[in-house]
Design a protein around this ligand. Sequence first.
Ligand code: NAP
Length: 330
Amino acid sequence: MLILTPTGGQESQEEKIYDVLIIGGGPAAFTAGIYVARAMKEAIIIEKEAPGGQVAVSDVIDNFPGFIEIKGSELANRMMQHVQKFGVPIEFAEVTRLVKEDDLFVAHTADGRTFKGKTAIIATGATPRKLGVPGEDKFYGAGVSYCAVCDGHFFRDKVVAVVGGGDSAFTEALYLTGIVKKLYLIHRREGFRAQPIYVEALKKKPNVEFILNTIVREIRGDTKVNELLLYDRKQDIEFTLPVDGVFIYIGMLPAVEPFRELEGLEYDNQGFIIAPETTETKIPGLFVAGDVRSKELRQIATAVSDGAYAGTKAVEYLEELENAKSGGSS
Ligand code: NAP
């Protein structure tokens, strides 16, 4: 059950200045909230959709220590309850712009509100990358999906394809094998990015067939998906594959649009925000945590690590500000 802490009306939000604005509501954000609250500073989490981010829409998590096997939604819920136990409010709103005005960070939301903070933590995560082929948008919700846990049950005893060769494609394909009659794993080359443990597990499933060195050229159907047009790169041939649905897991795009106006933020060549392990950006008082940060390993464990750093560093920054104001030294 979701327990949400009310944060008061619009008027009080406009005037209030938080110590830390946390933008995003996944594991990095929740961890940051816990660290800030335990240091007796006031944080608010502003989340666009459902709390938990990617974790909430993952089937089973089995690589986060302490939880041998736990549903993603259950872990997300527990994390949220944990941060709420420390009194951190969660506000549901889409931050469309974050700017720095004088010494304050101001988050503008799609519903016309503003939230102000002395510091801010960007923890907006990433969203699924699209294939960009004909039919993908047309059949979204009618056979095209980016979330097996959300939509898998629509394909009971049906034939589906999963596109991609990373951890997401494999973990979600593993989930789907328990539901569907037949699953094709379509990947553009022969090697996989996915961890070998997942690759081996999927290879053992009797209802799975791998289609490698192959790309999707078109998603076709009438009112819903009924086939894919594929291109075998090795044999240089096009062919069609009858399917009832296609799940696309070809990586993530960082959710960075709201931060474009912040001068001094640096991005890597894939658009993720550059910051060291300490999560400090070149903008004083601004931190970046979780999947939206440029890094090698995107896991719940590394998101949580970022959140701990961001929360701690934000508190340190606030204390420096207070010391500077009072003329004291730390
Ligand atoms: P990913 O690791 O970046 O893998 C994306 C896959 O999609 C790659 O196999 C890539 O092929 C393929 N791809 C990319 N663009 C494509 C295109 N236009 N057409 C066809 N295929 C394309 O992304 P992810 O699987 O979403 O994982 C994201 C992060 O979350 C990773 O760090 C991952 O380890 C982590 N994660 C971890 C777990 C877990 O530990 N349980 C679960 C899920 C995700 P190439 O290999 O040829 O580039």
